[in-house]
Design a protein. Structure first.
Length: 402
């Protein structure tokens, strides 16, 4: 509708101009170097318009010639960018599929023209390491560092270096890089996780022990993994301190966080180490604290093996737990062991039998059998030993092995 209106208006204007030109044709006079040209005004206007149109197109052509290199460069850049995206995409797929040779080739080719060259070079470095080409890996890392955006990618590149060094067994180099990173980002989960893995691989128990509170605070490891780690540390540390002076053993224990000391398995490891250096009094205190924090059958059973100098005191403490833990099979077993060493054989027999009534265990049958031998009851002792043996190896299992 608007176009129709414009066309009608233009047609009306043309008619009006034509009529006026016919009535008042006008005259355009051009003079140059003594020459004079007279032409109708309407014809001069047409020539002038044509001239302006010609000048416009000549200028446009000239500008286009000047802009051609820039246009060609832009076109080339767009082509390289499109090709780079395809190569990077193919490279990532190949990496995930484990085709590291192709992944390295495509990522290295696609990285220079990509939006994030450092990322392509990082994965090319990983792919190179998977193939055992450490020189190429290092070159890609250098290229990633040259193309990094400092405020965003420095940590990612350093972490990748540390990870690659760890995977190659270059633990010292990995730890050095991680320590530098921890100065900038002390609570970074991956930094802490890699430090833990490096220390564990190199059996650096003391640094790993110092790292434990941070690992717990930042929840870097699952609760069960953290518990297993702390037990490993303590076990390895005290195994290395076998038959050392008791003060050194106690000093090592005091360096452990309280929450580690109260763990049942950790307390048991330490108590056994103390027993080896005549530290039964200190071992009893450690086991008692652990049982107070969390009752554990293995701990209470070992409590009965303590070479404590005052057996009456040990027996009274253990018997005081009968009211609070009546269903514990390990408690009467421990009491039986204490009574047996205290020459209270009849009482020891009753405790062993009470333990068996709660839960038949091979070690309880063995203790009761040995006690009955001391009491000169060989036939009953043999029956008890037989029950314990059958508990370990049932007859049907023995028949299946024949």
């Amino acid at each position: 509708m608007i176009r129709l209106f414009i066309m009608i208006a233009a047609l009306a204007l043309a008619v009006w101009v034509g009529l006026h030109v016919e009535q008042f044709p006008g005259l355009m006079v051009l003079t140059f170097a003594g020459w004079r040209i007279d032409i109708p005004l309407w014809l001069g206007i047409i020539f002038l318009a044509l001239g302006l149109i010609i000048i416009h197109y000549v200028a446009a052509i000239f500008a286009g010639v000047i802009k051609t290199p820039a246009y060609l460069h832009k076109l080339s850049k767009r082509f390289r960018s499109t090709r780079s995206k395809k190569l990077i995409h193919k490279g990532f797929i190949a990496f995930v599929e484990g085709n590291y040779a192709k992944a390295e080739t495509w990522l290295a080719k696609g990285a220079p023209a990509s939006d994030n060259p450092w990322l392509g070079y990082l994965f090319a470095a990983k792919a190179a390491q998977e193939q055992g080409h450490n020189n190429r890996r290092d070159r890609y890392i250098e290229l990633a560092q040259k193309n990094e955006v400092k405020e965003h990618t420095e940590t990612a590149i350093a972490l990748t270096q540390a990870q690659l060094a760890f995977e190659q067994g270059q633990h010292e180099q990995s730890v050095e890089k991680l320590k530098a990173l921890s100065q900038k980002e002390p609570n970074h989960p991956q930094v802490l996780r890699l430090l833990q893995q490096n220390y564990l691989q190199t059996k650096a128990w003391q640094p790993l022990l110092e790292l434990l509170p941070i690992l717990k605070q930042q929840r870097v490891l699952a609760a069960d993994a953290l518990l297993a780690l702390q037990r490993t540390i303590v076990k390895e540390q005290f195994a290395a301190l076998d038959n050392v002076p008791k003060p050194l053993l106690i000093s090592q224990w005091q360096q452990l966080p309280r929450w580690v000391q109260l763990d049942s398995e950790v307390a048991l490891i330490y108590a056994k180490a103390l027993q080896r250096v005549q530290g039964a009094i200190e071992a009893e205190e450690v086991l008692r604290d652990s049982l107070k924090a969390q009752w554990n059958e293995r701990v209470i059973e070992y409590y009965g093996h303590l070479q404590y100098p005052d057996l009456n005191k040990l027996l009274n403490r253990a018997e005081s737990w009968l009211k609070t833990h009546p269903q514990s099979p390990g408690l009467p077993l421990a009491l039986g062991l204490i009574c047996e060493r205290h020459q209270l054989w009849g009482k020891a027999q009753r405790y062993y039998e009470a333990s068996l009534s709660l839960k038949p265990m091979p070690q309880t049958y063995a203790c009761l059998g040995k006690l009955l031998e001391k009491m000169d009851r060989p036939e009953l002792s043999a029956q008890i030993f037989k029950k314990g043996l059958l508990l370990i190896t049932p007859i049907e299992n023995m028949a299946s092995d024949v």
